[in-house]
Design a protein around this ligand. Structure first.
Ligand SMILES: Nc1ncnc2c1ncn2[C@@H]1O[C@H](COP(=O)(O)OP(=O)(O)OP(=O)(O)O)[C@@H](O)[C@H]1O
Length: 253
């Protein structure tokens, strides 16, 4: 589904990603962990097509198409969804209106009829249950004045509405209370299928108790320096990152 080869990306001349290799197959969940500043959010942003990053080397193939060649909105239409670490506020646009446009654009791209108001509301109701989100929130301007947890829950709600093929969750667990963490994770899990894949960026093993990964990768200084099963996350929780940094430094001597 997604194949990243030797991906290098810079911002303002500083190289942040220094040769990422990652293969994600349909049905899989990959967790990306790593110390602060290692490039996790940059990787998520580059995949979503944020334009401030310059790709200097490498390739990303998504569903047999060159992802890096696509505009961000085309990536979204192709089924890539990024839940941001810091969701943006859009004053004057309600979540409902925003999503109606977005859902119908995606449907049009996929050759499906647009949803009329009745069908759209029915879909909203169904997906609202999934993340236990309050309808009142959805009629307010998108994310404006939402609490941190409400923004995160709203992101997962949007994801549920758009039914992406590849979901990238960037620190979706940060700022969630214990109940919200469970609800948001349940939402993500219910969207899982053998045709979709998920990349979860997180600092905390606890999220991975809920969204169980098939693979855990450690990003350090813009490279994936270690990959393993879900047990690797437990090991990191217990031991921190110093042992990995030491392994990397001694290997490069
Ligand atoms: N817009 C930017 N301008 C300048 N430097 C940037 C920019 N975006 C990212 N960086 C730098 O790139 C490096 C990687 O940042 P990134 O946010 O990808 O790390 P991260 O692994 O997600 O960190 P954290 O765990 O703290 O969220 C950092 O040193 C950061 O300062």
């Amino acid at each position: 589904m997604l194949s990243i080869k030797n991906l290098h990306a810079s911002i303002d001349g500083n190289e942040i990603l220094r040769g990422i290799n990652l293969e994600v197959k349909a049905g899989e969940v990959h967790a990306i962990m790593g110390p602060n500043g290692s490039g996790k959010s940059t990787l998520a942003s580059v995949l979503a097509g944020r334009e401030e990053y310059e790709i200097t080397e490498g390739e990303v193939v998504f569903q047999d198409k060159d992802l890096l060649d696509m505009a961000p909105e085309d990536r979204a239409r192709e089924g890539v969804f990024l839940a941001f670490q810091y969701p943006v506020e859009i004053p004057g646009v309600s979540t409902t209106n925003f999503l109606r446009t977005a859902v119908n654009q995606v449907r049009e791209y996929r050759g499906l009829e647009p949803l009329d108001a009745v069908k759209f509301l029915a879909l909203m109701k169904e997906k609202m249950k999934l993340v236990e989100i309050d309808q009142k929130l959805l009629s307010r301007s998108l994310n404006e004045g939402f609490s941190g947890g409400e923004k995160k829950r709203n992101e997962i709600f949007q994801m549920a509405m758009l039914e992406p093929t590849l979901s990238i969750l960037d620190e979706t667990d940060s700022g969630l209370d214990i109940d919200a963490l469970r609800i948001v994770s349940n939402g993500v899990n219910q969207l899982k299928s053998d045709k979709t894949a998920t990349i979860v960026v997180t600092h905390y093993q606890r999220l991975l108790d809920y969204i169980v990964p098939d693979y855990v990768h450690v990003l350090y200084k813009g490279r994936i320096v270690k990959s393993g099963s879900k047990e690797l996350a437990l090991e990191l929780e217990e031991k921190g990152y110093d042992w990995i940094k030491e392994e990397v430094e001694s290997a490069s001597v």
